[in-house]
Write a protein that binds this ligand. Structure first.
Ligand SMILES: [Mg+2]
Length: 296
């Protein structure tokens, strides 16, 4: 490792990231002495162009410091660049599902050790209209909560802010349903849905078994469609969710796929890694083993 770029989101999560960065950097400099470039993000969407800059410098490793939102921007910057460094994720955001699925350590010394001695793993990405996502594409009930929870609440309360907001909204959210048309690897299906999740990893919203069979390097994304549920069915699905058996509920449809078109008649926005992206209709494709990540 000669050259390393650290892109850190100054606003992600609570104020632990600067401390953590200084600690793993201190350890790294003692052990490996790389040429270090530090890029703090000055605006909310700066991580993408900072990643492009780091790729132009042909660094060996980009370390994305932040949550899934920062990671999303960094991989988008990398995918726009001809040169692809190795990627490492130092998880400090309020939602770190992808890092959690990869079992990335948060302790600075152990993280620095991983940078020096860790293994490399190629992972899949999802692609929509030339934008990439690393963990999840979703739409319907609940998915917009990530945008509704204010930045201040996220900083102060972290994941708890989502849960409170979600809990307060459950009855009204599940009354809504959306008639969605899916073309899954060429096969048409339509459902009255509460929501769908298309994920790369098994971890969503801090829950490690949300999409239990998802594998981040098998070239497939795992789709969960939840049909409109009544009150009894909600209890049933939640009970099965705890038992990691929700994908076998008759109102839950589970598919593994390479490509999916999704359309509906009413206006709705697709959410990518917790941020609003494109209005429907959308076509989502899997990009097999697009990025190489350092893992323990
Ligand atoms: Mg997969």
């Amino acid at each position: 490792m000669n050259k390393i770029a650290i892109i850190y989101n100054q606003t992600a999560g609570r104020s632990i990231q600067v401390d953590g960065v200084l600690k793993f950097l201190d350890y790294l400099l003692q052990e490996a002495c790389p040429d270090v470039h530090i890029y703090p993000t000055c605006t909310p969407d700066a991580a993408e162009w900072l990643a492009i800059k780091a790729c132009e410098l042909e660094v060996d490793i980009i370390v994305a410091v932040g949550g899934d939102g920062t990671l999303n921007q960094v991989i988008n910057g990398m995918m726009k660049s001809a040169f692809h460094p190795l990627l490492a994720i130092y998880p400090t955001g309020s939602v770190n599902d992808f890092a959690s699925a990869l079992d990335i350590p948060k302790q600075p010394e152990i993280f620095a050790d991983m940078l020096i001695k860790g293994k490399k793993r190629k992972v899949d990405l999802g692609e929509v209209n030339g934008s990439y996502f690393v963990n999840v594409a979703a739409a319907g009930a609940f998915t917009y909560l990530a945008h509704e929870v204010s930045k201040d609440a996220k900083k102060q309360w972290g994941r708890f802010a989502y849960y409170v907001k979600g809990f307060l909204k459950i009855p009204s959210e599940l009354e809504k349903s959306y008639r969605m048309n899916f073309v899954i690897d060429g096969v048409k299906e339509s459902y009255d849905t509460n929501f769908f999740l298309l994920s790369n990893s098994f971890s969503i919203g801090g829950y490690n078994y949300a999409n239990p069979y998802a594998d981040i390097q098998d070239g497939l994304m795992d789709l969960i469609i939840v049909e409109k549920l009544n009150a009894l069915e909600i209890v049933d699905v939640l009970t099965k969710l705890v038992a990691e058996d929700h994908v076998n509920h008759p109102k839950v449809h589970y598919k593994q796929l390479k490509s999916v078109d999704i359309s509906l008649d009413e206006p709705l926005i697709l959410d990518l890694d917790g941020e609003e992206s494109y209005p429907f209709p959308v076509t989502i494709n899997v990009v097999h083993r697009a990025i190489e990540i350092i893992v323990p």
